[in-house]
Design a protein around this ligand. Structure first.
Ligand SMILES: [Fe+2]
Ligand SMILES: [Fe+2]
Length: 253
């Protein structure tokens, strides 16, 4: 089966961009399932129910999140019934730690994990959490979205769980890395990148972020406006032999 996993979707305007491009991408690569990281959709922080429903309508079957999972607190009202997995190493009753998606007779488990390096969120150990989950997961294929800053933490996680899960894909930095590989039949990439405004500072307005860096004075930022958008992700071809291919497109709005 071929799964398109899209990186962090930044801003609600990106939904329309994806809508305009998703069908042709699916056709070109023979995609069966589309998944995405949806932590930055609504105003760049979090995911409203309206935008969650829009993402479902354009064909995104499952979503993982990250450090911005609860940035729009309304998610607490709908996340338990949604095809969303929250970071598994958070301690909360809001949302599930494993999301199951069905494809024909196959069951795919999706796990979201937050990295602890450079994080100020109180988190359980991602390694211990994954060990715990693996004892209970019953699935044909297992995909982990490791949402974190440090390349080292993601890579170490890969060596710990290679051969035991089908894919470990990084998110959160919004910059796609060129280090995709398959190790012990586990697809790996440090970061799959972002979907959002092309001319931006990882999705945000350039001028605001520049002022913040130059003056040190905090200023609320907003999602950038851009003529072009990035469509970033990976295609996971999960079979007896697993394969990973990067997708990195520049499209006009
Ligand atoms: Fe993000
Ligand atoms: Fe993030």
């Amino acid at each position: 089966m071929k799964i398109l996993y899209l990186g962090d979707i930044v801003g609600e305007n990106t939904i329309a961009v994806l809508k305009n491009n998703l069908e042709s991408i699916k056709k070109e690569y023979g995609i069966n399932i589309v998944l995405a990281n949806a932590e930055n959709v609504t105003g760049g922080l979090g995911l409203s129910e309206k935008h969650y429903k829009e993402l479902k309508t354009i064909g995104i079957q499952g979503m993982s999140m990250g450090n911005h999972t609860y940035s729009k607190s309304e998610i607490k009202d709908y996340i338990n019934d949604a095809t969303i997995c929250r970071p598994a190493n958070l301690n909360t009753e809001y949302g599930k730690d494993v999301l199951y998606i069905k494809y024909n007779d196959k069951r795919i488990a999706i796990v979201n994990m937050l990295g602890r390096v450079y994080s100020n969120t109180p988190l359980d150990c991602p390694f211990k959490t994954m060990e715990r989950l693996l004892k209970d997961i019953k699935a044909d294929k297992i995909i982990v979205d490791f949402h974190g800053d440090a390349t080292s933490e993601k890579k170490a996680f890969m060596y710990e769980f290679a051969g035991r899960v089908d894919a470990i894909i990084g998110t959160h930095t919004h910059v796609q890395t060129a280090d995709e590989e398959v190790y012990k039949n586990t697809c790996y990439i440090t970061d799959i990148g972002m979907n959002g405004p092309y001319d931006s500072v990882i999705g945000d307005d350039i001028e605001t972020i520049l002022r913040r860096f130059k003056t040190g004075v905090y200023e609320k930022s907003s999602v950038a406006k851009s003529e072009y958008y990035r469509i970033n992700g990976v295609i996971l071809d999960l079979d007896t032999v697993n394969k990973i291919t990067r997708l990195n497109l520049k499209v006009r709005v």
